[in-house]
Design a protein around this ligand. Structure first.
Ligand code: GAP
Length: 510
């Protein structure tokens, strides 16, 4: 799928009440979105799937809900005040601001596109005998272009590592990068821009009252490590999970809900004995990819990307990337964070954050394995892999969202065949029987075929039709969204039948 694919998702999401631009009546706010009536249901279901997998299915993981505002020293200790920066540059003519690293990445992407064009042309020319790997490794033009990419990457990496922003600007100038708006090369110097939102607490103004909106939920877990360990009498290894909002003043926030300034994270910090991090890193990589795959969005939509340049606190890190409409992008991070965070908090708070190991009879600062996934990105992953148009046998086309049944916002629609003869009353009885267990909808408007299409378009797994026979045989017709097959089910067995199809536990059965 392309940018065009993303546009389709955005307009479908708006039309059916999944996602709206924020404060739209005032023309919206850039990169802020509101989840609508179906979107908030889907979001809650994703959270429930994650929380169940983390907290309910693991005896040694507990969940917390820390506040968004934290003592400002937290962010000094974590490194965010000094190092949570993006390099930015302004164009003096258009007055537009850019991330210097993104300008360079986009320049590289253009060279990559040229390579791909060379490959496509050669493929056409050589037909079935074409060996792409060999072509990429030997074609002089491709090799020259790849050499250009490598040297840009090397220069950029060296400049960033040396914190030499003048070199970053020189690279932009040497590459002849122009402003997409003004077309000019009239750039300011590159400056570091801190991504944390700063505000003031209560009536105090000035730096003494300054607090930040948390840029990650993880620090709320670290500062509560000892509270949870002691009050829950937790033994290593154990984990603390949390779902909550995070805020980053991203310079470029775009691609719908992929990169926003206010977003939600689902993070888990797993506290372990130093020296066991390799084992737990593999364990959590495997556990997290299985969590994704159990949804059935398509196994080839995921890949691991190992970080080459590790953050100063990590001894191993990778992303789970998902094939979004814009290509493979980061969905989740798995980081072996060593004892960096707890040690920093020990130093800045002057409080011991140690664990007394009853087996080895020693006291130490635990190491931490982190899994961190963006809820909004997960939402986009579900939406973008579900929306499709399907040609039916009679040549008509239906729009269907094949959202995994357990995550679907509406689990079943109860549809009286017609609006009279006692069918609506019977249908409402069925509704009452099911609505205690699942989010189910009642719909009596329009012909039954149109009602099916409406439910397909929002991803409802089951349509339950109440017809004249129902009044005699106390059974209903249940239509499956994906197969469109219909079966007759006695009303008495309906709660169990619906449950079998849509309950969250189906995701854990495999
Ligand atoms: N505690 C580690 C941490 O925050 P991160 O890679 O910066 O790591 C984790 O963020 C996840 O949060 C990402 O994999 C992504 O899914 C999500 N995320 C990060 N920035 C985001 C943004 N601006 N908008 C939406 N999601 C974002």
């Amino acid at each position: 799928m392309s940018d065009d694919g993303l546009k389709k998702i955005i307009s479908h999401a708006k039309e059916y009440g999944f996602v709206f631009p924020s404060s739209e009546i005032y023309d919206g706010l850039s990169a802020a979105y509101d989840y609508g009536q179906l979107g908030s249901e889907l979001k809650n279901n994703i959270k429930e799937y994650w929380w169940t997998a983390m907290v309910r299915m693991n005896e040694n993981i507990v969940g917390i809900d820390a506040s968004i505002f934290m003592h400002p020293t937290t962010w000094k200790a974590s490194g965010h005040v000094d190092a949570f920066n993006d390099p930015l540059i302004d164009n003096k003519d258009s007055k537009k601001r850019y991330r210097a690293d993104v300008l360079i990445e986009e320049h590289i992407a253009k060279i990559e596109a040229k390579i791909n064009k060379d490959v496509t042309k050669a493929k056409k020319r050589f037909g079935d005998n074409f060996d792409e790997a060999q072509f990429r490794n030997t074609n002089p033009q491709v090799l020259r272009r790849q050499g250009d990419i490598d040297s840009i990457n090397t220069r950029f990496k060296a400049a960033m590592e040396a914190e030499n922003l003048a070199s970053v600007k020189a690279l932009i100038e040497d590459l002849g990068i122009t402003c997409p708006v003004s077309g000019s090369k009239n750039w300011t110097d590159v400056r570091q821009f801190n991504l944390m939102f700063k505000t003031e607490l209560g009536a105090v103004s000035g730096d003494s009252g300054a607090v930040y909106l948390r840029p990650e939920t993880a620090q709320g877990i670290f500062v509560n490590y000892l509270n949870v360990q002691k009050s829950g009498r937790m033994k290593l290894p154990f984990g603390i999970a949390q779902i909550g909002k995070a805020f980053r003043n991203e310079i470029i926030a775009r691609q719908f809900i992929f990169r926003m300034r206010e977003f939600e994270q689902m993070e888990m910090q797993f506290f372990i004995k130093p020296g066991t991090q390799e084992k737990w890193y593999s364990h959590w990589k495997e556990a997290r990819i299985q969590w994704h795959k159990a949804l059935g969005l398509g196994e080839d939509r995921y890949r691991f990307h190992d970080h080459v340049k590790l953050a100063h606190y990590a001894d191993a890190a990778c992303d789970i990337e998902f094939n979004f409409p814009m290509g493979f992008k980061e969905l989740e991070g798995i980081h072996s964070r060593t004892d960096f965070d707890l040690k920093q908090h020990e130093e800045y708070s002057n409080k011991k954050l140690r664990y007394f190991d009853p087996e080895s009879q020693e006291s130490y600062v635990p190491f931490v394995l982190e899994t961190s996934i963006g809820l909004d990105r997960m939402f986009l992953a579900v939406l973008s892999s579900s929306l499709r148009e399907e040609k039916l046998e009679d040549e008509s086309v239906r729009t269907v969202m094949s959202i995994p049944f357990a995550l679907a916002p509406v689990k079943a629609a109860i549809l009286p065949l017609i609006k009279k003869d006692g069918l609506p009353e019977k249908a409402r009885e069925v509704l009452a029987q099911l609505q205690l267990h699942h989010n189910v909808h009642y719909d009596e408007k329009d012909a039954i075929g149109r009602r099916y299409r409406r439910q397909d378009a929002i991803g409802t797994p089951l349509c339950i039709t109440v017809d004249h026979e129902t009044l005699k045989d106390h059974a209903v017709t249940v239509r499956n969204r994906d197969t469109m097959k219909q079966e007759r089910v006695p009303i008495a067995k309906l709660p169990h039948h619906v449950d079998e199809w849509v309950s969250m536990s189906s995701l854990f059965r495999a």
